[in-house]
Write a protein that binds this ligand. Sequence first.
Ligand code: AHR
Length: 521
Amino acid sequence: MTNPFSNTWRQLKHGLLIGLFATAAVEAADNKVSITIDPSQASHVINKNIYGQFAEHLGRGIYEGIWVGENSDIPNTNGFRNDVMAALKDLKVPVVRWPGGCFADEYHWREGIGPRNERPIKVNTHWGGVTDDNAFGTHEFFELAEMLGSDVYIAGNLGSGSPQEMAEWLEYMTSDSQSTLANLRRKNGRDKPWKVAFWGVGNESWGCGGNMRPEYYADLYRQYATFLKAPDDNKPKLIASGGHSELTNWTEVLTDQIKSNMHGISYHYYTLPTGNWDKKGAALDFDEQQWIATFASTLKMDGYIKQNVAIMDNNDPEGKVGLYVDEWGTWYDVSKGDPGFLYQQNSLRDALVAAVNFNIFHEHAERVHMTNIAQMVNVLQAMILTDKEKMLLTPTYYAFKMYIPFQDATLIPLEYSSPEYQLGDTSVPAISLSSAKTKDGKLVLAIANIDPNKAAIITTRVKGNKTLLAKGDLLSADKMDAHNSFEQPNIIRPSTYQATSKNGALTLKIPAKSILVVEIN
Ligand code: AHR
């Protein structure tokens, strides 16, 4: 097994050696930023749901990745694999979106309740044309959420369902009455209603969810939402299906034409290294041009959110409606297996993509109330990959773990100007930073150094505090596509990091292509 610290050590040793002989040259080569954190400037709360996940009936995302059934040889509890559940619990997943994605608009909830051996077998026409025996349905999803301590975000079927079907699903989940549906839930093993925190009215209604125009969807939304009834203390927040990438006119039309019963509008943006859906780019074995292109692509998230926020500020000046980026992440050419399964490996690059996006989401958290990375296990930018009984944690998993202190923390705005990282005609800011005060009053700082060639030195001062200790985790590696494999699952994982201040300033030096999250005392 490779020592996970050896890469960092090699880099440090390398740095020390060069330092002995050419201090000035190394110093000049580092990316340098100076910041002063002023805890009294704390602004808005970073909703913990920004760290939400998405699990769709797609490939091995649910079946095998999460659910193996009680009779599986893979160790499980009530059908949920123990290894994956334990890892996900450690991530403190605040909310899970299910059952799709595109799958949601073909999902008929009644097929996923009752005795499993009586549930109909369906063909997943969106993803691989494989059969789905509906073994994972409503009860299993709520059990998953309960095991993880997560809230639920249901994506209802608007595209091929009906207002009645959607309304009855909500009644089935939330009614404490003696209605036939509530009693059916009881008969199926759940006495008390479940808590339903969020409800999506369709998914990507501009495309796989029905190829609609926003004006038509807005009318349908108003109709469906009218009938989504639940007890007063258990009403989900209703989320309209919005646009994607540069398609922001959905936000315009929906905020203009839906004036009540809407708590949020969804928005999707995926990071493709090439920007070309026919040849997106490889998950591994990419060159530096693909590295920088990936960050140029992912950084567009900031501009897209700003465009949406500007529209919302205009049409909803009171800020009642949230922007829910309920699908985001990297999307590469399929690594292996069925092309419809969207399985891809995950490297250090993905972890940095996650960190850069977290920092963007923090900035916009007044409007961005939730985001859901696509997807939790085995699909797209996953936290976890499995191969039958084997499991590995991806670099993205570690990025999510390192950022846990930011859940429900209060943002402390930072003023800094980042050096540019340039390759050919492409240039992006090399450094991305975010700082916050945690729920229990601690100061945290996150640093993402995108530059694959230069270390970064972040000189950090805290207003009113001269003696500082920074402690946390560093994620880095020597290769741009460093990743964990089933044979070598610990190639890349965080190492501990510590620094103390000198003359009132912390000198946080981190290697090229790395993420650091520290608590500062
Ligand atoms: O996450 C994969 C797919 O991407 C989802 O099903 C769909 O909503 C989006 O196009």
